[in-house]
Design a protein. Structure first.
Lengths: 164, 300
């Protein structure tokens, strides 16, 4: 009985630790996927000159961030309905900070506004910024993700010691 | 569709207060009043519809112009650069947006147009029987004569040839008609395009004529806006292949037509019929049909 209780408490705290760590893991996945998406979009847009909605649709399927895939679906739907992209599309993405949402919104709403002259220059600016974000999120993940899982287990064990 | 490209407020005014069927042009110029042309007459747009009072008029902004182009490009301006370079965008519905702005050159070639300052949104109308006034002079005894439709801009040339194609189909002329639609205006929504029609869209005339004759075996080639010596040469080679040609050209009258340098290179007998349209009583006013010697054979 005691062992089961200990296991349950440890599991609960470890799960809590994992959920906090998941925030950092998801952020890392989001930004690394976003970096890949930007490169794919740039290549696609430059060579095929295809409409943005089709480029987004085509390239979002191979990403591994569920938040980014969901966002791409929303943007595709929005463009399909002939409506402008709005910042509110990012409201449900809890892993992003306000300035990051702003940046991603700007990227998606501006990319289709570039003519062939400014396309590569502007894309370069966005890519530099996202590279910094990507590195930061990778560092954060390395630093905090395993820490919170371990912390969860340790706190769970401590609670067990105190309770039992 | 105007709804997809115009700002909401402007579209609501146009949709609710103006009969779109009568609207032929919307002129949007940076920091200038928005003007609509209804039955060739200009009016300013204001909150409650149209007015002749400039003090009530709504003004366009540069952002408005950029936004219209952005939406017209399906949110992908880079994807329509080839059209922008030529100064217009054609929407799938046949609406043509003329663009004015700063031309950017690279290696002596136009790279694009930026800093857009004006838009001319032309709304096409399919007018049934618009070509009847001259149809029987161009088509008689199952034979089509080479014909040139002449009018100033916005006076109904494209509408005429669209209806002409439709009439051929409705009257069961089983002739292979090839439409060389350089700007996608003739066949925009495929309304009135008969079952014997092939459409070559977004192709330049010289290549289009050659391609059509080689591969599609047309009896008649219909094309819009002859405007250069190359176009005339393509016409001549098509006519020399036994293909009939119906084409349009910009000119106010026959004198203006004959003053065009490139047109002088075309021997008179190539076109057997000249149809003159004007804006005198609104777009599509029929002025007359002329024979190869420029003698009037029909006056409305």
């Amino acid at each position: 009985m005691k062992i089961a209780l200990i296991l349950l408490i440890v599991f609960c705290f470890a799960f809590l630790g994992y959920k906090i760590a998941d925030y950092y893991i998801s952020r890392k996945k989001f930004f690394s996927s976003f970096e890949i998406l930007m490169s794919s979009i740039e290549a696609d847009v430059t060579f095929t000159h295809d409409k943005l909605k089709y480029v987004i649709k085509r390239n979002c399927e191979k990403l591994n961030s569920r938040e980014l895939i969901a966002l791409c679906d929303l943007i595709y739907q929005r463009l399909e309905d002939k409506k402008n992209i709005e910042v509110s599309l990012l409201d449900n993405i809890s892993i992003l900070k306000k300035d990051e949402k702003e940046f991603i919104y700007k990227y998606f709403s501006n990319i289709g506004r570039f003519d062939v002259m400014s396309l590569s220059n502007e894309m370069g600016t966005y890519k530099n910024k996202i590279k910094i974000k990507c590195d930061e999120s990778r560092e954060e993940c390395k630093k905090y993700a395993s820490l919170f899982i371990k912390l969860g287990i340790i706190v769970g064990l401590l609670v067990c010691l105190l309770v039992i | 569709m105007l709804k997809d490209i115009l700002p909401c407020d402007l579209y609501n005014i146009i949709n609710n207060k103006i009969a779109i069927g009568e609207l032929s042009e919307i002129r949007i110029r940076q920091d200038k009043p928005i003007v609509v042309f209804i039955k060739s007459q200009p009016y300013y747009i204001y909150q409650n519809g149209i007015t002749c009072n400039i003090n009530l008029a709504l003004y366009a902004t540069q952002d408005m112009i950029a936004d219209i182009i952005y939406k017209a490009s399906d949110f992908s301006i880079y994807s329509i650069n080839e059209q922008i370079k030529q100064g217009y965008i054609i929407l799938p519905s046949g609406i043509r947006i003329g663009i004015a702005g700063t031309f950017v050159y690279e290696n002596n070639q136009i790279k694009t147009i930026t800093n857009w300052t004006s838009l001319n949104i032309r709304i096409p109308h399919y007018i049934k029987n618009a070509s009847l006034c001259a149809f029987d002079d161009i088509v008689s005894n199952n034979e089509i004569k080479n014909a040139l439709i002449i009018s100033p801009p916005g006076a109904g040339k494209t509408t005429f040839i669209r209806d002409f194609i439709n009439q051929l189909s409705e009257r069961n002329y089983c002739l292979n008609v090839c439409i060389l639609d350089e700007r996608g205006e003739i066949s925009c929504d495929m309304v009135g395009i008969g079952i014997f029609c092939d459409v070559l869209r977004n192709v330049d005339k010289s290549y289009g004529f050659m391609c059509a004759i080689r591969s599609l075996n047309p009896s008649v080639i219909v094309t819009d806006e002859i405007g250069s010596e190359d176009d005339i040469n393509s016409l001549i080679s098509a006519m020399n292949c036994g293909v009939k040609v119906i084409a349009t050209i910009h000119a106010n009258n026959l004198d203006e037509l004959r003053r065009k340098e490139f047109f002088c290179k075309l021997p008179n007998y190539y076109f057997q019929r000249y149809v003159l349209l004007s804006n005198r009583e609104g777009p599509g006013t029929f002025e007359g049909v002329y024979n190869e010697k420029f003698s009037r054979i029909v006056r409305w």
